[in-house]
Design a protein. Sequence first.
Lengths: 167, 167
Amino acid sequence: MTRSLVALFAIAAGSFATAVTLAATADTPAKSPLYGVTVPEGYRHWEFIAPAHETPPLDELRVVVGNDIAIKAYREGTLPFPDGSILVKLAWKHVQSKEFAPAFVPGAATTVQVMVKDSKKYAASGGWGFGRFVDGKPVDLAQHQTCLGCHKANVKDHDLVFTRYAP
Amino acid sequence: MTRSLVALFAIAAGSFATAVTLAATADTPAKSPLYGVTVPEGYRHWEFIAPAHETPPLDELRVVVGNDIAIKAYREGTLPFPDGSILVKLAWKHVQSKEFAPAFVPGAATTVQVMVKDSKKYAASGGWGFGRFVDGKPVDLAQHQTCLGCHKANVKDHDLVFTRYAP
């Protein structure tokens, strides 16, 4: 009987610890491997910088938005982007409109990708930290190891940022 | 001599009148034919609702933004859209990125298209006024006569508005 009670308490305590851990996980934004970048709160309300269309295999429509620091830098042509700049790229499947055949519109959401400028913290990666998220969870380390190389190899004279401002 | 002076004054007065007319034109936003819709001030700062891709012949990338009334209606699923809702569609040529071949990005800006909800003023057109602008100037009457018919014929159960909210 005593043993059973101890066992019951142990199970209860275990459940409680699990519950506490889960709550902490839900409240703490998930961080990208390598960079520790999180999905910034309220980004869906930020101003857009430009849309894009990525052909298959990804086959996506995209919109890049920026926080106030990033938007100001774009408008004033400030390069490099100042510390505190955050860019978020939203992406959806590129799906034909059911109402108007020549148009393609957003289907299911795919990834959310984030770039954060912090010239000290991210000195080793050109001042930028990267994060790629699916359903709010960061993708794996291997994928994050590809961000910098691709931006470095392809972006020309724009502080590692592909997206230009669409007037 | 007196005649010359009178002539000079007449020319000066004429120039002044022309200058005043030009200034008035510059300050007064151009109105679309049929609906009297103008391009709303500050729309480039508005939140985006969704991007779209229009295949050739138009061959465009687009982003639809909305004022606060329209955005609130989208978020809360309010239909029909309340009076005061304004939607603006920005469009650019769909151009291959010079830095990343699978991506298409905004080229030259093409049209700005506006829908304004006013159920009394626009009672005859489902509560919506339409405006299509190129370089800030409305296109002709014939083009504006096509807006309502196309929206009416194609949009299903969404208050004549094609664009749905991209999460």
